[in-house]
Write a protein that binds this ligand. Structure first.
Ligand SMILES: Nc1ncnc2c1ncn2[C@@H]1O[C@H](COP(=O)(O)OP(=O)(O)O)[C@@H](O)[C@H]1O
Ligand SMILES: O=C(O)C1=C[C@@H](OP(=O)(O)O)[C@@H](O)[C@H](O)C1
Ligand SMILES: [Mg+2]
Length: 159
């Protein structure tokens, strides 16, 4: 989900466990030489999604913590790539938390269909994240550090 904390948590998690860190939003921006929002504004959602899918499918995730965009859940082949070579973590936070963090939704580059509200997006995606994750971490009310601790614990001691 956008703003659930993937980028913030991911970079500190990588540092904590001594792995490489990759943020696929940054890989897209570097590849395209444009900000995500510029890309969506000038070339459209469909173009953005094609580039995003390509980057997600081809990223080398070996020994890396990879923070994707929230829209990663739309690409089955990318999910397969991540599942086969890594552990997919869903950082689960309530809608109200996402809403309060996303005050910059129009400049941040969230891929929403015309007329779609943030709540629609949340309700549409939440079951997809649940279904595709190897690990669901309930991060409601947790700090970044507590979320990282919970992720590490869950991976070390799977139930
Ligand atoms: N556990 C947390 N508690 C409070 N704020 C957080 C937490 N995790 C992330 N944030 C804040 O939420 C915003 C979105 O975080 P970000 O890491 O960019 O999310 P994502 O990569 O999932 O879109 C940032 O302003 C970040 O500081
Ligand atoms: O959920 C989305 O539709 C998106 C989330 C963004 O990343 P974050 O999830 O890191 O905000 C970024 O990939 C893109 O703007 C689309
Ligand atoms: Mg991010």
């Amino acid at each position: 989900m956008p703003a659930c904390g993937k980028s913030t948590v991911g970079v500190i998690l990588a540092k904590t466990v001594g792995m490489k860190f990759l943020d696929t939003d940054l890989l897209i921006q570097e590849r395209e030489g444009a900000l995500l929002q510029e890309l969506i504004n000038t070339k459209g959602n469909d173009y953005f999604k094609k580039v995003e899918e390509y980057v997600l499918r081809s990223v080398n995730i070996e020994n890396a913590v990879v923070s994707t965009g929230g829209s990663a859940v739309y690409y089955p082949e990318a999910i397969h790539h991540f599942k086969k070579n890594g552990i997919i973590v869903y950082i689960k936070v309530p809608f109200e938390t996402i809403e309060s963090r996303l005050d910059n939704i129009t400049t941040r580059g969230v891929t929403m269909a015309p007329g779609q509200t943030l709540k629609d997006l949340y309700d549409q995606r939440a079951p997809l994240y649940e279904a595709n994750a190897d690990l669901v971490v309930d991060a409601d009310g947790l700090t970044v550090e507590q979320t990282i601790e919970k992720i590490i614990e869950s991976i070390e001691q799977p139930c």
